[in-house]
Write a protein that binds this ligand. Structure first.
Ligand SMILES: [Zn+2]
Length: 495
């Protein structure tokens, strides 16, 4: 944007435009591109970036959950802080988190919040690869990519108005504007991604890692992409340049930065130093956080269950379950948390959202004290107007935890969905099935090859998990017929 304005200097009205640029930069921010050194426009000041990241972080933690393993957390944090110290701005309040999701992804929020999923960690083979992936995300922070995307989106929304999407209407129910999640879905441009790759290689090289190792992980991404579709988070590869191109670029960039930051030896290439961190790590979806079986959603740790309407999609997050029919014209959202009594919780909802209650009152659901209401809500339609939604809401306190359901659709459609909402909310109950209560996640097992043999002869695929020997080959960065020496560390999945 700045470039465009400067370009018009001397042609027409140039003086005014340059003054405008100065004012904009003074009030909010021009940021320096760490690769080219050029100035770029950003609406957000450094403090605003940090505030935005902080706000987004709490939402990401609530939605995806942090992987509960202090040893893994401190390992990732230690590496992240060392890399951040090599970045252009080491003074952001850097925070590194391992998210508890099987999706293969990594991402960053403005201000220094960097996330890597346990799903991605499982597919790495050594610390140098981890360093480049984390360096890439630290690069997004330092180049203000997400902050600048946010700026552009803010500007667009001022001028054009945002497209109306159904879940935008869910905002009163979700409590917050879900800034964190919106930021995730702001795709960085391919140019930004190339720049982040360059910065990732630069930081990793400065720290003494053999950054060229990352090209093997880009090959892994290509292999994953070739055989599967993405998950609930936007997948790392889908928003990034073609992995094939990155395999080559990382090699070129590594040569460039090894010349700039010479070292007798670049390290981090020994799998034996990385793989032990993965031993016993949860792999795949963790059923203890909730799963659907036979048309019922179960959460073993909370010991709750409720029916899932036939044909509806279910998205399970750390503190929330969202369900919607294929048509997308209704939704049921269940959140868990706090220990409010049902009547107070219902009143807070009614007052906080100015809900016009048409029926309802205290009741019992699944044997637990509850309050259920039907109400109409005026909500922003995203186009400057308002629309009326009708909701059936249930507030249930089970053993000191409040569970809140909102089944909602447009006022006109409510008749179609009312009985579905009631069957889900009224079906909330204590889990008694022992096999549900005792379910355990699958875990990674890191073991030493007992003999020299072909890869495919040394690992055990899991039929139960539908995890084939080919999947294991991808996860181990090997081909089926590769010779593996006795004593080499390999990963497999333990059901
Ligand atoms: Zn990226």
């Amino acid at each position: 944007m700045v470039k465009d304005l400067i370009h018009s200097w001397g042609n027409r009205g140039g003086r005014f435009l340059v003054i405008a640029v100065v004012l904009v930069c003074g009030m909010s921010g021009c940021v320096t591109d760490p690769v080219t050194g050029s100035k770029k426009f950003s609406l957000l000041s450094r403090d605003q970036e940090i505030a935005l990241g902080q706000q987004g972080d709490s939402q990401i933690v609530a939605q995806y959950g942090v992987y509960d393993d202090p040893a893994v957390a401190s390992y990732v944090e230690g590496l992240g802080k060392s890399l951040a110290a090599k970045s252009e701005d080491p003074n952001y309040p850097y925070t590194f988190r391992v998210l508890n999701t099987p999706v293969v992804n990594a991402f960053a929020l403005p201000g220094g919040w960097v996330y890597i999923t346990r799903g991605l960690m499982a597919y790495l083979q050594d610390e140098a690869q981890l360093a480049v992936v984390m360096g890439h995300e630290i690069g997004h922070v330092n180049a203000h990519h997400t902050a600048r995307q946010y700026s552009t989106q803010q500007l667009t929304s001022l001028g054009l108005g945002l497209a109306s999407i159904f879940f935008e209407k869910a905002r009163p129910f979700l409590g917050a504007a879900q800034t964190g999640l919106q930021l995730l879905f702001l795709a960085n441009s391919r140019d930004d991604e190339r720049e982040a790759d360059e910065l990732g290689v630069r930081y990793a090289t400065k720290l003494g890692y053999q950054a060229g190792e990352a090209s093997k992980f880009f090959e892994t991404l290509q292999r994953i992409e070739d055989q599967s579709q993405g998950g609930a988070l936007p997948t790392w590869q889908s928003t990034h340049p073609d992995p094939g191109e990155r395999v080559v670029n990382v090699q070129t960039l590594t040569a460039k930065y090894q010349q700039q930051y010479p070292s007798a030896q670049y390290t981090g290439t020994d799998p034996e130093q990385y793989l032990p961190h993965l031993n016993n790590m949860v792999f795949g979806e963790n059923p203890r956080q909730g799963f659907v079986q036979g048309g019922v959603f179960y959460q073993p740790d909370l010991q709750i269950q409720f029916p899932v309407p036939s044909g509806w999609q279910v998205a399970n997050f750390a503190t929330q379950v969202q369900m919607a029919p294929a048509a997308g014209d209704a939704a049921i959202i269940m959140t868990a948390g706090g220990n409010t009594d049902p009547t107070s919780a219902a009143n807070q909802f009614i007052q906080g959202n100015n809900a016009q209650v048409t029926s309802g009152g205290p009741t019992t659901i699944g044997g637990f004290p509850a309050y259920q209401i039907q109400s109409n809500l005026n909500v922003d339609d995203g186009n400057g107007g308002t629309t009326v939604l009708t909701a059936l809401s249930a507030f249930i306190n089970k053993n000191g935890i409040l569970y809140v359901f909102h089944g909602y659709t447009t006022q006109a459609q409510f008749g179609t969905y009312a009985s579905t909402f009631q069957s889900v909310e009224g079906g909330f109950a204590q889990v008694t099935n022992q096999s549900v209560l005792s379910v355990q996640p699958s875990r990674l097992q890191v073991f030493h090859a007992p003999r020299t043999d072909q890869f495919q002869a040394l690992v055990q695929p899991s039929a139960q998990l539908n995890f084939s020997v080919n999947d294991l080959a991808i996860m181990n960065e090997r081909q089926l017929t590769d010779q593996v020496a006795a004593g080499t560390s390999l990963k497999q999945v333990q059901p």
